[in-house]
Design a binder for this molecule. Structure first.
Ligand code: AMP
Length: 199
């Protein structure tokens, strides 16, 4: 099964992707984690992306499309993957569809985690407090505003894109973590019964 976890910053995509990885053995493919690893390793790609990420803007499509294709071709993705934070633009979604098609695969389901802006902001503020000074470089109140604006401008149009494909399911991302994860499991079980390949 290939699954996209979709939602604004702070909606819980990373948390739920990790739970799915544990429960269903589907690797979490987080472009944000891959880019942060590239920055930490001091690679050329990391150097190109550092300032962009710190400002909360999106790195160029071709960069994330390249790293995701390389990662997806690793053997642990043979049975599928959970895409976390990718795609974030229409060209990325189109490239993902084309990449999977070339491998005779497809996105089976897209789960949107719906969370109100006020809750997103307070969650990220909490994340900053909990980190005790070791927060992600882009977890700053002023950057969060930009990340939200970028989400609504560039990423939210994907809701329509996946609705048209009949793949979008919306889950209440404001419930407690366990509740969200139960709802996601129920969605995947229903999709499995409908015969989505490999769900
Ligand atoms: P995340 O950890 O998913 O919140 O991503 C952190 C930052 O990495 C984003 O604010 C972007 O600057 C960059 N990034 C991650 N994934 C993508 C993507 N699919 N497209 C463009 N930029 C991305």
């Amino acid at each position: 099964m290939n699954l996209v976890l979709f939602g604004p910053p702070g909606s819980g995509k990373g948390t739920q992707a990790k739970i799915l990885q544990e429960k269903r053995g589907l690797p979490q493919l987080s472009t944000g984690d891959m880019l942060r690893a590239a920055i930490a390793a001091g690679t050329d790609l990391g150097k190109r992306c550092k300032a962009i990420m710190e400002s909360g803007d999106l790195v160029p499509d071709e960069i994330v499309i390249g790293i995701i294709a390389e990662r997806y071709d690793q053997p642990d993705c043979a049975k599928g993957a959970v895409f976390d934070g990718f795609p974030r633009t229409i060209p990325q979604a189109e490239a993902l569809d084309a990449m999977l098609k070339a491998r005779r695969k497809k996105i089976d389901i897209v789960i949107e985690l719906k969370v109100d802006d006020a809750v997103l902001i307070s969650r990220v503020e909490q994340r900053i407090k909990d980190s005790g000074g070791g927060a992600r470089a882009d977890d700053r109140p002023e950057t969060l505003q930009n990340r939200l604006a970028v989400y609504y401008r560039n990423t939210a149009p994907l809701i329509e894109y996946y609705k048209k494909q009949g793949k979008l399911v919306t889950v209440d991302g404001m419930a407690p973590i366990d509740g969200v994860s139960r709802d996601i499991e129920a969605v995947l079980d229903r999709a499995g019964r409908r015969g989505c390949v490999g769900v």
